[in-house]
Design a binder for this molecule. Structure first.
Ligand SMILES: *Cc1c(COP(=O)(O)O)cnc(C)c1O
Length: 362
């Protein structure tokens, strides 16, 4: 049925985002390894901060997020005046597309890139342009070839999701330097904290006028349910984004929890170390079962199977054992499964189940 009332072009091209599954009907002891969540949850300090802030729920929150921006500035060594906070980094991506996209413009994302780039680009009226990766790695030259006078934004996830691979600082700097002046490079650092001695691109942001970085509290900080992300960029970009941002886009609960989580360095370090330890263990155990993966720089492993049928059969087997992992055919990786690095017991269950799957195959 066609309606006289129509959304603007692009909106009906959006395929709604599908989140990782969390339940298996009738099953107990289900482990969710489908959304790259921190298996240990948030810091106790973050939960305590929420308990305290419930007494102020009748008050409108701060519109400028000063306390949280200052904390981010302190902990990460950044200029707090050039930080913007959002309802998840998803909202920062939305602001970028709203402020810089629109009819007649193009937004570049890579082959296996995060689906929110495409969704936000279409919602803003831009044309999303997909650029090939090279063996599951971002290809800087392919991006540069795809850029034209209509391009406004280039989204690069580093480390990538669902690939887990990274491109080096030199490659990122080369991309920033070789982009035409009217294009903003956005570095999505959702997994930056999992990489040793990596700033997510912050120093490059400081050096240039055309680089922006997004970060999140949803992964390492274990606060995916609370929706807090932030961006760091040149002053002119922060100014534009603040104009499209709603004044009360974050609640005091969100800001208080995020600040407490950020300042609980010991807990953050513990989670990071445990992820690294189990990630190495899981990748090696799966490789020994004939399931290879690229070296992951994040909190998940992209397990590769011979073909899509085998990946699907393994996913079904894991599900029958109460283990939910992510199928990534929608990310053009039909022969892979993305498995979040859980706690030690969950990782052992995954390996045990995949060994059982191999036995079944004969
Ligand atoms: C998880 C993730 C995010 C974070 O999204 P939030 O809205 O902050 O929860 C952003 N980008 C990528 C690539 C992710 O995987």
């Amino acid at each position: 049925m066609s309606h006289a009332i129509q959304p603007k072009p692009g909106v009906l091209e959006i395929r709604p985002y599908v989140g990782g599954e969390s339940k298996i009907p009738g099953a107990r002891d289900v482990v969710k390894l489908s959304s790259n969540e921190n298996p240990f949850g948030p810091s106790e300090a973050a939960k305590e901060a929420i308990r305290k802030s419930v007494h102020q729920l009748h008050r409108y929150p701060s519109t400028d997020h000063t306390a949280l921006r200052n904390a981010i500035g302190e902990v990460h060594g950044l200029d707090p005046a050039r930080v913007i906070c959002g309802n998840g980094s998803d909202e920062i991506i939305t602001f970028l597309c709203q402020a810089y996209g629109g009819p007649g413009t193009e937004v570049i994302h890579t082959e296996h890139g995060f689906s929110m780039y495409r969704i936000s680009a279409l919602a803003a009226g831009s044309a999303p342009i997909e650029v090939q990766e090279h063996e599951r790695k971002v290809d800087v030259d392919a991006i540069l070839e795809a850029v034209n006078f209509r391009t406004r934004l280039v989204f690069v996830t580093n480390p990538g999701n669902p690939t887990g691979t990274m491109i080096g600082n030199n490659e990122v700097a080369r991309l920033a330097a070789d982009l035409p002046e009217h294009v903003l490079l956005v570095l999505d650092g959702a997994y930056a904290e999992y990489v040793d001695d990596f700033d997510g691109g912050a120093k490059l942001v400081d050096k240039r006028e055309n680089v922006f970085m997004t970060r999140t509290f949803s992964k390492l900080y274990g606060l995916g349910g609370l929706r807090i992300g932030w961006g760091y960029g040149p002053a002119h970009v922060i100014d534009a984004l603040n104009r499209v941002r709603g004044p009360f886009n974050l609640s005091e609960l969100q800001m208080a929890a995020a600040e407490a989580a950020l300042r609980d360095g010991d807990y953050v370090e513990k989670c990071r170390a445990e992820n690294a330890r189990m990630r190495t263990w899981l990748a090696k155990a799966l490789a020994e079962l004939g399931v290879p993966s690229d070296t992951s720089c994040a909190n998940f492993i992209l397990a590769r199977f011979h073909d899509p049928d085998e990946a699907d059969a393994c996913e079904a087997h894991l599900r029958s054992e109460g283990l939910l992992v992510r199928r990534v055919a929608g990310y053009k990786l039909p022969n892979c499964l993305r498995i979040t690095v859980g706690d030690e017991a969950s990782c052992r269950r995954v390996v045990h189940a995949i060994a059982g799957f191999r036995d079944q195959q004969g």
